[in-house]
Design a binder for this molecule. Structure first.
Ligand SMILES: [Cu+2]
Length: 500
């Protein structure tokens, strides 16, 4: 899906109405791009939805003779790129051709709770073998995505372990930087399995300031549970890795010319993993995080993305060759997490060279000026892990409470128009990419460093670290907050806000 969709974009710009119907979607292996979908003709728009999404079990060919069966959108993975216009209302028909109820979440958009796609916010399910028509106004502009929001739990064929992930681009008034063309990349693993234990490397987060009291709390809880004979809780690993639904070397390369400036929109569509991405001999000029332009674009050798995070970065193609753009993890890259970047007139075996070591922090891209706005209220949140406490799975708590899926209690109350600060303290050794629905927040403090003007909807909180974000309560209704690591959100790591 990388490079060849400009015809469609031009069509859209020419005002040929919105996107497509699902009618042309097919389940044949490798049916992989929005080109397969015919735009809705103007004459039928009054009856037909602007966008049709069909959820169904499909076959996707991630490499020759490697065909997976998983739930997809419109029979393809990733789901079709939806190009929407900010502020222009659309209707969407969502058909669920599977045997289980579904939720389709519009990640990063300011939409009402009844269409947002989260049962915790009381969005109605799309019934099994049924459909739902919804309508909303796309906003804010930028790189967003859509994905399923049902629980996976102990079922690795449900929720975001499946192929229900697709990119969205909401056309902005102003592009974040000059570039020649853009390429969307969706990073996603397949064939998950459970294992016990195993730490996630997180030394890329800088500054690596661990809070002593958080570490003591987390380590004493772990010692106590291990002393009681509890094993480590289950973790998820994967056998297969893809970018845009293809294992490294099996998809179309990103074809570039020397001197071109390519804007990459990278989405971590994983259910559980944190991903990195490097292109040997090149640097990424990060211009937007989670689709929102940053105040201080910076060049970095490596991108890091927590689950559900997006990075938009411009690469100046000034190092001709045939390269592997891939994950820093050798195992994951060798099992598919990469894509070939090929300069015009060059050929040969794609080369990988490990990039120089570099830390990652949102504060790199922020303003040094402290935010002038003071919050009206501060919500303190401490994240903690009860090791293997829920049938062998780790149970996760916010302020000591694991979210109860039966009663779905509200933990925090908001008043319309007020500004709030979330002061998040992580008393576990895991990274948590936490997400706030239906709002954008501003990072104000990260691992001890003040910053401002970095606007996001997911933020990685490092092990035993602290982070603070501010947001304005400007989108009334139930609002879900959760860790986007599926194993964490499914086992307690959620909280609800309401407006009072
Ligand atoms: Cu988490």
């Amino acid at each position: 899906m990388a490079t060849n969709r400009f015809g469609r974009r031009e069509l859209l710009r020419a005002g040929v109405g919105l996107l497509f119907t699902g009618a042309a979607a097919s389940a044949k292996p490798g049916s992989g791009s929005p080109r397969d979908l015919a735009p809705t003709s103007a004459s039928t728009q009054s009856e037909r939805a602007d966008v049709t999404v069909r959820i169904g079990i499909g076959l996707i060919e991630i490499a020759p003779q490697r065909i997976l069966s998983t739930a997809t959108y419109n029979g393809q993975f990733p789901g079709p790129l939806l190009r929407l216009r900010e502020g222009r209302r659309i209707t969407v028909d969502i058909y669920n051709d599977t045997d289980t109820p579904e939720q389709l979440h519009w990640h990063g958009q300011f939409v009402p709770p009844d269409v947002d796609g989260a049962a915790e916010e009381r969005t109605p399910y799309i019934p099994a073998h049924g459909m739902r028509r919804i309508s909303f106004v796309p906003k804010p502009s930028g790189f967003r995505f859509y994905h399923t929001h049902v629980r996976g739990g102990g079922n690795l064929h449900r929720g975001q372990y499946t192929g229900q992930v697709g990119p969205i681009y909401i056309e902005p008034a102003h592009e974040p930087g000059a570039y020649d063309r853009e390429v969307f990349l969706v990073l996603k693993e397949f064939e998950p399995f459970f294992s016990q234990g195993g730490d996630v490397a997180q030394d890329f987060l800088t500054p690596a300031t661990e809070e002593k009291d958080l570490m003591e709390k987390g380590e004493s809880a772990m010692r106590a549970s291990l002393a009681r004979g509890m094993p480590h809780g289950y973790e998820v690993g994967y056998r297969l890795f893809t970018i845009n639904g293809k294992m490294l070397g099996h998809g179309e390369p990103v074809r570039v010319k020397q001197g071109e400036r390519v804007l990459f929109h990278v989405l971590n569509g994983s259910a559980t993993e944190i991903r990195s991405l490097a292109l040997p001999g090149h640097r990424f000029r990060v211009v937007a995080l989670d689709g929102n332009p940053v105040p201080n674009p910076q060049e970095v050798p490596v991108l890091w993305l927590g689950t559900a995070e997006r990075v938009s970065a411009i690469v100046e193609m000034n190092h001709p060759g045939v390269w592997v753009m891939g994950d820093l993890g050798d195992d994951d890259r060798n099992r598919g997490m990469g894509i070939v970047v090929e300069y015009a007139g060059r050929n040969g075996k794609p080369q990988w060279v490990a990039p120089p070591a570099a830390g990652w922090s949102y504060t790199l891209f922020g303003s040094d000026l402290q935010t002038q706005l003071k919050p009206d209220e501060i919500f303190e949140m401490t994240f903690a892990k009860d090791n293997a406490a829920d049938g062998g799975f780790n149970r996760w708590t916010i302020n000591g409470v694991a979210f109860d899926q039966k009663t779905m209690p509200v933990m925090f109350h908001l008043k319309h128009g007020k500004r709030y600060r979330l002061r998040m303290r992580n008393a576990s050794d895991d990274i948590h990419p936490v997400h706030l629905h239906r709002h954008t927040f501003e990072v104000t403090k990260y691992a001890g460093k003040q910053t401002s003007k970095v606007k996001k909807d997911v933020i990685m909180v490092g092990g035993y670290q602290e982070a603070e974000v501010d947001f304005t309560a400007d989108d009334p209704g139930l609002t879900l907050f959760h860790c986007h690591q599926l194993l964490h959100m499914d086992f307690g790591f959620m909280a609800l806000f309401d407006y009072v």
